[in-house]
Design a protein around this ligand. Structure first.
Ligand code: BMA
Length: 381
């Protein structure tokens, strides 16, 4: 134990003194995690992702090992693997409905299966990122119920729903505590909460609360999980919807001390005009996010993207790849292949006309899947 601790601090010192991180440092700041007491493996994940993002982009897929376009909960399957030969290097998960005490999430993934699969992803040396479409506590309906502009205020300290909301967070904390490897050590994961908040389609959106209220919601959640519930296996990700400039990106940013990872979400529609628009939005967003990450010791990601139904020809190699290839982002997360909504998929199945294009994309030297990602030993310290 003592020896591994020694190596942790030694490697931390080496990492912190590497030329790469010197380049990252601004005058008075060192790269540190939002949770100063994050477990050594969680801190290692932060540094290793940051370092890796200078070299390659990991391919991520939401729910990618829980179900695919034509299957649900079958051991060892993944649409990315079946089409491109390897698992995604990052797997996205969704907690929506966990806060209600449900057994499965809003997309029918059982939390017991999710915990097991998160462990499998971790054991493969890959990375887990978790989003949360939290229910609207004021109306007891979904995250998309955004008719009111008082819900965020109501869950903050002193608000009528504050205590009940802490109950929601208690259930999340239990889930995070349950993520353990075979030796009983906590499995580090990324928590990307209250996302797309610059849009106005969730109860935490830009028309639904003030910037101060949003910031306080974010900080309150970090504080509660970290300081009250002692959850120390999280990296905190902040991701806006599409943005027009840096000012909009930062308009609801809680502050550097609360955030480890920064990104944004945007999707490609299938008409030629919308594809051009997507290219513009992606370029603007990626410029803002990567520059901000480099100047503030954060990790940049493409938090969510894709083309529903993959109707745009050569989307992966002619649209997405040229946009992300020059950027220092750790990963790109493509959205889910829903097994219950026929047109809602973002990764081609093997017989899909765009499968060849997807395979070409995954073979590009900047893109890595699970086996190559494992070589980087993200959790080693
Ligand atoms: C959305 C869609 C929904 C899903 C939600 C949460 O973008 O995929 O079908 O319920 O994400 O995963």
């Amino acid at each position: 134990m003592q020896i591994s601790k020694f190596f942790f601090f030694l490697s931390l010192a080496l990492v912190q003194n590497s030329p790469f991180l010197w380049a990252q440092k601004t005058e008075n700041s060192q790269p540190v995690t939002a949770d100063k007491n994050a477990t050594p493996a969680t801190q290692a994940l932060f540094y290793n992702m940051m370092r890796g993002s200078q070299k390659y982009i990991m391919l991520g897929h939401q729910d990618g090992v829980a179900y695919g376009r034509t299957w649900h909960n079958e051991q060892g399957r993944s649409d990315v693997k079946e089409t491109a030969g390897d698992f995604p290097a990052v797997v996205g998960w969704e907690l929506g409905d966990l806060e209600l005490g449900a057994e499965h999430n809003l997309d029918s993934v059982y939390f017991s299966d999710m915990k097991r699969l998160i462990r499998e992803v971790y054991e493969r040396g890959s990375i887990n990122t978790i989003s949360w479409h939290a229910n609207n506590i004021a109306t007891d309906s979904s995250a998309w119920d955004c008719k009111q502009d008082t819900v965020v205020r109501s869950v903050l300290v002193g608000g009528v729903n504050h205590q009940r909301f802490l109950g929601y967070l208690d259930r999340l904390a239990d889930f995070f505590h349950d993520l353990k490897d075979k030796n009983g050590n906590p499995i580090p994961v990324i928590f990307r909460m209250y996302h797309e908040h610059t849009g106005a389609w969730f109860w935490w959106g830009a028309k639904q609360c003030t910037p101060d209220e949003y910031n306080e919601l974010y900080r309150m959640t970090v504080r509660y999980l970290r300081d009250v519930k002692n959850v120390h296996n999280l990296l905190y990700a902040f991701s806006t919807a599409e943005i027009t400039d840096k000012a909009q990106f930062l308009s609801r940013y809680p502050g550097n001390e609360w955030v480890d990872i920064v990104g944004f979400d945007t999707y490609c529609h299938d008409t030629p005009e919308r594809v051009e628009q997507y290219k513009q939005i992606m370029k603007t967003g990626l410029d803002v996010v990567t520059q901000f990450a480099a100047e503030n010791n954060k990790i940049a990601i493409m938090a969510e993207t894709g083309q529903e139904g993959i109707k745009v020809k050569n989307y992966y190699t002619k649209v997405l790849l040229p946009l992300i290839k020059p950027c220092k982002i750790s990963y790109v997360l493509l959205w889910r292949n829903a097994f219950t909504i026929k047109k809602h998929y973002y990764i081609p199945y093997p017989a899909h006309p765009e499968a060849k294009d997807f395979i070409r994309f995954t073979k590009n030297s900047r893109i890595i899947l699970s086996s190559k990602a494992a070589k980087y030993k993200f959790y080693n310290y």
